[in-house]
Design a protein around this ligand. Structure first.
Ligand SMILES: *[C@@H]1O[C@H](CO)[C@@H](O)[C@H](O)[C@H]1NC(C)=O
Ligand SMILES: *[C@@H]1O[C@H](CO)[C@@H](O)[C@H](O)[C@H]1NC(C)=O
Ligand SMILES: *[C@@H]1O[C@H](CO)[C@@H](O)[C@H](O)[C@H]1NC(C)=O
Ligand SMILES: *[C@@H]1O[C@H](CO)[C@@H](O)[C@H](O)[C@H]1NC(C)=O
Ligand SMILES: *[C@@H]1O[C@H](CO)[C@@H](O)[C@H](O)[C@H]1NC(C)=O
Ligand SMILES: *[C@@H]1O[C@H](CO)[C@@H](O)[C@H](O)[C@H]1NC(C)=O
Ligand SMILES: *[C@@H]1O[C@H](CO)[C@@H](O)[C@H](O)[C@H]1NC(C)=O
Ligand SMILES: [Zn+2]
Length: 919
């Protein structure tokens, strides 16, 4: 089908007057169905030190409406040739073609209209830079075991960078099949989404590998690798008629030799097998490769059949890595593998429904990890890592609905990779799974996956399949009246409700249950921005009354409901087991009844609820819903309860008080011990809870122990610090023999640096530069941010500008680490603003990173001065906020509420603490 005819083409770089191409979205009348892409990444630099790739591509498409223009995405590519052929191979005459950079289009204008219903193929020859920018087809460098620098080619397409590798219709709805060829030289070989067919010798030492054509898929899921990585393999069980899939784990050769791929090798096929049975839909590819990349912008990327990971998200060495690292690896693998169905097999029509990918992957990752590691208690941990995160950002008026509005540009798209798509999406799906029941939940998903395999979806389809399944399975809870309309209240408006349960004053035998929008800022107008549902939700409401063995359920649709009897003398707990995406408040009598139960026998209350009660109480206190005295009392039972869940919740909400009060002078002067940690010291005094940190009961798993010891040290336990320093100096004296337990390394390294000087810092820095194990390297990097020496902080910041010292993929977490350090925050914030051009260039258009930087560095702002600074920053950099624009607005809102909090509560809370201290 490939024509040999070449038409003359002209390159026009002059500005083209506005036309239909000024719309950033592709027109729908060109429908691609097959590509042939041949790429040659050159891993040797040219005479100026730059690296390049070149290639050819052919895209076959059908013309649904006759047109004289072809629009196709292209970014940072230079073309040698562009020609068009009809289905017989005959050349079609091109009037001119040009690059419309503004919308990343290659536009081909034809002399005559293309005929409706006919197929054509567009052929191009192009080249692009193989930069180290972590996007599109890019290069990554690492030092091998012999100290030699090795360069590999790797790719990251999501969401809009496939167009940086070859011209393509780069929107998820334009699914097609892809025939890929990759060039490489020994000792390298190539990988892509599908298994290879054949590798042929070409001229000059080059070889070319041909891959099997892909199944129908979106461009953002393509993946290319040229490397000399090693691998280990295993297989899924493939009970007939399901085919066996080969599961290989690829990594740098020394990582494989060191058996660091072992853990991933063991769990990958087990998770795939489990998902096949859980979803009731087979994994459709003959292989599933997981590859650990030395430079990778994200944690993992779900490319179909060739999943990429940051090294810390795939590799694990039981001898030197912590239990937390192991959990991270399992979680990321479980997350990416769930995308092989949610995202890869079925794909949202457009990015505004990204939650259909990320919400599912977030929820399913817990299910997958729980299956391979039941000891991790993943289903409980959801509350800490996703529910509480989502409830925090979604309480701002600058949040957004799950289904985003006005998403068009790459910046708009990148900005959607946030806590709303991931965590809120996951919470919403988890809430549905609980009221629908597992049977209906799974049945709905199976039918939805089967119906739309290789196709496109939106939430209406998902909702209708669940509705059908709920009616078919006759669940325990009464079904929603109109599933779609009821669920729309959760996805089409931002925020969430707080449900209040209190005795009705007019009718004291009855309990009043009412809902209102929850906002962190008590002075914000709760009706803004306008919502089609006026901030009312259809709430699946669970509760338990003292003595009940199972939770009860009803739908709360209206503003108020009066159908519950007031359980006189007994406590009631709403959102029991924390499956709901809302908070619950009570009258004082009930709060006190709950607090009494917690002190009498906390284990009578489910552990997820213990965690939720603390988070609700201390957050509601911030919102003037209850007084701090009651809220703080909900933490008293922690004296006896050593469970990770309520402890982590308490530390998280109390650190807010710590951050706010720690900045108050009166407070800092009167209570000596350690700056900025008074609130926890008070807590420890009140509850005498230092004890468990040192006498960990056996019931705590290793991860909990590492985390709690870390906390004791960072909140200033002298014993803990001295112990850490001793361990660290033993290691410094004999650097080849590190005997510090992997679970304690984060804490020990950090304390040694925080309480040491340049010797300790330089020792860690030296190890950091040469460390081959990625988890260890990451522990070292975090420790470097713990220093209190201003000149060392300044120097560390300068180092982040040099990617040979700190990789670009890591620098953002250095900033976040430093901003978490009271001694470094101001310097870091000054530095970031000064170097914003650089920060913007490196992180501006990527996802996640810029948001983490802004959130991490501004979350403690609580003065008018800081607010002014932030406002000035927003103004002066308004065109350089990229995907971080919403984060800056959220930071402004949060700073205002913090200022308000300090005006309203600082004195009250302080005197309560002062009394408790002296009492
Ligand atoms: C094709 O053109 C017709 C008439 O102008 C229009 O109604 C239709 O939406 C177009 N189809 C596509 C896919 O653009
Ligand atoms: C890349 O460019 C070289 C030199 O022009 C050419 O020989 C080679 O065929 C090109 N590779 C591909 C895949 O088009
Ligand atoms: C165009 O290609 C599509 C997809 O391969 C095919 O179904 C269709 O029959 C082709 N149309 C023509 C006119 O050849
Ligand atoms: C989306 O765009 C419309 C039309 O420009 C505008 O009225 C609306 O406020 C925008 N919505 C958001 C959330 O920005
Ligand atoms: C505490 O509650 C649990 C669960 O209800 C019960 O098994 C246990 O016996 C109670 N302990 C005491 C001391 O009452
Ligand atoms: C490492 O240090 C520990 C404790 O200091 C010691 O017992 C052990 O023999 C040392 N191992 C090596 C290989 O030096
Ligand atoms: C703390 O309480 C003591 C009495 O218990 C009182 O003398 C002191 O003024 C209080 N400090 C502050 C800052 O309120
Ligand atoms: Zn994901």
């Amino acid at each position: 089908t490939v024509s040999t005819a070449i038409t003359t083409s002209t390159v026009s770089t002059t500005t083209i007057s506005p036309g239909p191409w000024s719309d950033v979205r592709l027109p729908t009348y060109l429908v691609p169905y097959h590509y042939v892409v041949d790429l040659q990444p050159n891993l040797e630099p040219d005479s100026t030190g730059k690296y390049w790739f070149n290639g050819t591509s052919e895209v076959q498409f059908q013309v649904a409406n006759s047109t004289r223009f072809i629009y196709i995405h292209s970014n940072k590519l230079e073309y040698d040739d562009v020609y068009l052929a009809d289905e017989s191979g005959a050349a079609i005459s091109i009037a001119q073609w040009w690059l419309y950079d503004m919308n990343q289009f290659l536009i081909v204008e034809l002399d005559a209209e293309l005929v409706q219903g006919q197929n054509y193929s567009l052929h191009t020859q192009f080249k692009g830079e193989l930069a180290d920018d972590l996007t599109g087809l890019y290069r990554s460098t690492y030092t091998d075991i012999n100290g030699k620098d090795v360069i590999i080619a790797i790719s990251q397409m999501q969401p809009t960078d496939a167009r940086k590798s070859f011209p393509c219709f780069d929107e998820p709805a334009f699914k097609a099949t892809f025939k890929i060829f990759l060039w490489h030289k020994d000792p390298n070989y190539a990988l892509s989404n599908m298994p290879f067919v054949i590798t042929e010798e070409r001229y000059g030492g080059w070889k070319r590998t041909e891959f099997e054509p892909t199944l129908r898929m979106s461009t953002y899921l393509l993946a290319f690798v040229v490397s000399e990585f090693g691998y280990e393999q295993s297989f899924t069980s493939g009970t007939p008629p399901v085919q066996v899939a080969e599961t290989r784990i690829y990594a740098r050769p020394e990582q494989v030799l060191n058996h660091n791929v072992e853990y991933a090798k063991n769990i990958t096929p087990v998770i795939l097998d489990y998902y096949e049975s859980y979803f009731g839909v087979d994994y459709p590819l003959p292989k599933s490769d997981q590859i650990a990349v030395p430079d990778f912008a994200l944690g993992g990327m779900e490319n179909w059949g060739l999943v990429m990971y940051r090294e810390t998200a795939l590799l694990f060495d039981a001898a030197i890595n912590s239990a937390y690292s192991k959990q991270r690896v399992a979680r990321v693998i479980a997350h990416e593998l769930s995308h092989q169905w949610f995202g890869d097999l079925i794909t949202p029509l457009w990015w505004d429904e990204l939650w259909l990918n990320e919400g599912f992957a977030t929820f399913i990752e817990y299910i997958g990890t729980d299956y391979v590691e039941p000891g991790f208690r993943m289903m409980d941990q959801f509350v800490l890592y996703d529910l509480h995160d989502a409830l925090t950002v979604d309480a701002l008026t600058t949040s957004r609905p799950i289904i985003a509005e006005n998403v068009t540009t790459p910046d708009d798209i990148n900005a959607l990779f946030d806590d709303i798509s991931y965590s809120k999406g996951g919470c919403f799906i988890r809430m549905i799974s609980e009221f629908a029941g597992e049977e209906a939940f799974k049945l709905g998903l199976k039918n939805y996956l089967e119906e739309f395999s290789y196709g496109l979806v939106d939430h209406n389809q998902l909702f209708s399949y669940w509705e059908e399944a709920i009616l078919a399975t006759n669940p325990k809870n009464n079904p929603p009246e109109n599933f779609k309309a009821d669920m729309d209240t959760w996805v089409n408006q931002m925020g969430y409700p707080v449900v209040t349960m209190k005795q009705n004053l007019d009718n004291p035998l009855m309990m009043e249950v009412l809902q209102e929008r929850f906002l962190l800022d008590p002075k914000a107008d709760p009706t803004l921005p306008e919502s089609p549902y006026n901030y009312r939700w259809t709430i699946p409401f669970w509760y338990i009354i003292e003595g009940d063995t199972e939770k009860s359920f009803f739908w709360l649709r209206k503003e108020t409901d009066l159908s519950m009897v007031y359980p006189n003398g007994k406590y009631v707990i709403g959102n029991y087991e924390a499956f709901g995406y809302y908070r619950v408040n009570y009258d004082d009598a009930n709060w006190n009844a709950i607090i009494n139960q917690l002190s009498r026998n906390f284990s009578a209350i489910n552990v997820k609820s213990r965690s939720q009660i603390i988070d609700d109480a201390l957050t509601l206190a911030r919102f003037v819903k209850i007084c701090y005295e009651i809220a703080l009392k909900t933490t008293k039972f922690l004296r006896d309860d050593y469970d990770f869940l309520p402890w982590q919740s308490a530390l998280r909400v109390l650190s807010y008080l710590d951050d706010m009060l720690g900045r108050s002078e009166a407070y800092g002067c009167s209570l000596k011990p350690v700056p900025n940690s008074q609130i926890l010291l008070v807590m420890f005094k009140v509850t005498n809870t230092f004890q468990p940190f040192f006498h960990c009961p056996l019931s705590m798993n290793r991860q909990q122990r590492g985390s709690t010891i870390n906390t004791a040290c960072s909140y200033g336990s002298i014993d803990c610090i001295e112990h850490a320093q001793t361990l660290f100096h033993t290691w410094m004296a004999d650097p080849s023999n590190n005997t510090i337990s992997p679970n304690l390394r984060d804490a020990v390294y950090c304390q040694a640096v925080a309480n040491g000087g340049s010797d300790e810092w330089d020792f860690i820095w030296g190890r950091y530069q040469t460390e081959g194990d990625s988890h260890e390297k990451s522990a070292l990097q975090s420790a470097l941010a713990c220093t209190k020496q201003l000149w060392i902080i300044q120097r560390y910041l300068e180092y982040t500008l040099d990617s040979t010292l700190v990789r670009n993929q890591d620098a953002y977490s250095v900033y976040v680490g430093l901003c978490g350090n009271d001694y470094a925050r101001d310097l870091t914030w000054d530095f970031l603003r000064r170097e914003w051009d650089y920060i913007y260039e490196v992180y501006g258009s990527g996802f996640f990173r810029i948001n983490s930087i802004i959130e991490g560095c501004t979350s403690r702002f609580s003065t008018e001065f800081e607010l002014k600074e932030l406002e000035t920053f927003k103004e002066s950099r308004s065109d350089q906020l990229g995907t971080g624009a919403r984060s800056v607005d959220q930071a402004l809102e949060l700073t205002k509420t913090n200022i308000q909090w300090r005006t309203d509560y600082e004195d009250t809370v302080f005197s309560w603490l002062n009394e408790t201290m002296s009492g």
